[in-house]
Design a protein around this ligand. Sequence first.
Ligand code: 5CA
Length: 447
Amino acid sequence: MRLSRYFMPVLRETPAEAQIVSHRYMLRAGMIKQAAAGIYSWLPLGYKVLRNIEKIVHEEQQRAGHIPMLMPTMQSADLWKESGRYDAYGPEMLRIKDRQDRDMLYGPTNEEMITDIFRSHVGSYKDLPMTLYQIQWKFRDEMRPRFGVMRGREFLMKDGYNFDLTKEDALHAYNRHLVSYLRSYERMGLQAIPMRADSGPIGGDDTHEFLVLADTGESEVFYDSAITELKFGDRAIDYDSVDQCQAVLEEFTQRYARTDETHDAALFDQIPEERQRVARGIEVGQIFYFGTKYSESMGATVADETGAKVPVHMGSHGIGVSRLLGAIIEASHDDKGIIWPEGVTPFHCGIVNLKQGDAEADAACQALYDALAALGLEPLYDDREERAGAKFATMDLIGLPWRITVGPRGLKNGVVELTSRRTGESEELPPEAAVEKVAAIYGVIKG
Ligand code: 5CA
């Protein structure tokens, strides 16, 4: 992409309404535009990152054996009356009447609809286990939408639902989700800590929230600092192996880590004092085993081996896809702007031409651009007639992790400059070597 032909409405001024850094930078970098309170348009740069996050979520869900599908955002109230949640949900549910005066709603979540799909088509234990998921917009009429995409009213969520014959099988599905979430967040450059959460009125303690530590987080968290040393990494895992998934769950949940809702001061005090941490966190996902709550009230049963009809054991598992943009920026920025982790960056590399219109500099930039594109990488080439300082400021703000700077002086010596956004360190090297280095960083060629 050439910046002169792109649509990236960068703001010079800091918008007054933005209270936290991720919201400020998303507005300033021209990633989003507010359409109404808690409702945003995704401008091209923001949309690109959103799609990258979705892609990671899809890949990791399917790696775990979960099946993608898509349900509508608009739902009929009937199913919710059946489960009993239509009245219980309260003012957070956006209720709408259609022209026939039928009660409709914009889905805040999809347990009812997926249970209805399941009961219509599945009748035997032989079809289990099954986990279906979607990435779809949700609407919750939050009392106080704030912090940009962090607490929106319309937001994008991955919601997955497992259907299993027994509680044991459903807990394996729960563990599979935990593992797939650990992998997903790490690929996005995040450390998200599973913390024991509050299951609310449903009961049971099989629920964990995943929290990214950040001062601006809305949840207060208490944890043993030893947990931050855990890394999932790229270890191989067999998602069908009950033991392997259970071992990961134990490894990642044996240390104390809870939100204020489930915090237990007596247990916390047993951690060595130097490892006790009280901090804030952003909830980027939640996994939840709720047993037969919906299958019983909505009659989602299967025939077991004896032919008896039994309600299926279910769980639901969410990832805050649009919230993740805010969480990643909160976790990775400096006073100049965003610093995208390589896994989600909207463009792999920036190219800054210090002397636009200089035949040699223009040609060198074009050659770099073509070489990167030929490797399947997407560079953003700042080809505008702008001062170098302004170009650098824009690149720093939008946070591409790597920048190649091209100027007549370097070219005389046969070099360009490759700069890391994260460390600020630069090195001079021939253009071909810069391309190779960037390609190796992204794993498209061996370094
Ligand atoms: N049905 C379950 C999981 S499928 C569910 O709805 N869980 S949830 O309420 O915890 O939402 C899942 C994730 O969506 C949360 O962890 C959070 O990351 C994200 N989320 C929830 N509310 C909002 C909101 N108002 N704005 C942005 N993201 C949100």
